[in-house]
Write a protein that binds this ligand. Structure first.
Ligand SMILES: C[S@@+](CC[C@H](N)C(=O)[O-])C[C@H]1O[C@@H](n2cnc3c(N)ncnc32)[C@H](O)[C@@H]1O
Length: 211
């Protein structure tokens, strides 16, 4: 990821974190879906940001390039490490689960980040990916928004089907998908219950196991 984009998150950490306060139904709905997939054991979130999700999903460790994002994640009880997901400073087979939420779309080389995630996962460990579905109204809404920003040259959101292909390429076995944000963007009125599968919701969580 370019220095410019890393700098963007580092400078705008307060605005980023505050967005969740003004969109409580989205935050709670996304949290509910992620909770369906979290196993027990030691977890790492790659691209932990301010720790909004990791701290409530019992992920002990969080990695991010942004110093200011990490400062808040640390205050939320996460053991933080500054770095990038494409070059993880951890030994092979260190974690029971790896969480990656709303991050792979903005890295330059998502495949190398995911390969690194698999490397540091224990055997039978769980990989959990939270994405905005490119084919949903939310994906289209945010892709257009990002394209207008000077920080994202060519935003590429993923579809769940693309992620399933990547899972095959990195030798993890797809186990389950859950979705939320069935109401249209830019906001939802009520917190939603998780729905199994994908194709209807804007936010999709895909769970896979390391073989
Ligand atoms: C959209 S935010 C998501 C933060 C958090 N996962 C959440 O959902 O609230 C993306 C985060 O990814 C981080 N990031 C950017 N490039 C990264 C990279 N190459 N490796 C790991 N994290 C990265 C950013 O600093 C930012 O905190």
């Amino acid at each position: 990821m370019s220095e410019k984009r890393i700098g963007y998150y580092d400078q705008n950490w307060q605005e980023y974190d505050g967005w969740y306060n003004s969109h409580p139904a989205i935050y709670q709905s996304e949290l509910n879906v992620l909770k369906k997939t979290i196993p027990s054991g030691v977890g790492l979130e790659i691209g932990v940001g301010t720790g909004r999700f990791a701290s409530l999903l019992s992920a002990r460790f969080g990695l991010d390039p942004s110093f200011h994002m990490l400062k808040l994640a640390k205050e939320r009880g996460i053991e933080v490490v500054q770095g990038v997901g494409e070059d993880l400073p951890f030994k092979n087979e260190s974690f029971n689960f790896i969480l990656i939420v709303l991050t792979i779309w903005l890295v330059d080389n998502p495949l190398s980040l995911l390969k690194e995630a698999v490397r540091v996962l224990k055997r039978k460990g769980v990989l959990i990916l939270g994405i905005l579905d490119r084919e949903s109204s939310w994906g289209k809404f945010y892709e257009q928004k990002a394209a207008k920003s000077q920080f994202y040259k060519a935003p590429h959101f993923f579809s769940p089907k693309e992620i399933l292909q990547i899972f095959r390429d990195i030798s993890v076995e797809f186990k389950a998908a859950f979705q939320t944000l069935l109401q249209p963007p830019p906001d939802i009125k009520n917190t939603e219950k998780p729905v199994k599968g994908f194709g209807r919701g804007g936010f999709v969580v895909l769970k896979a196991i390391k073989e």
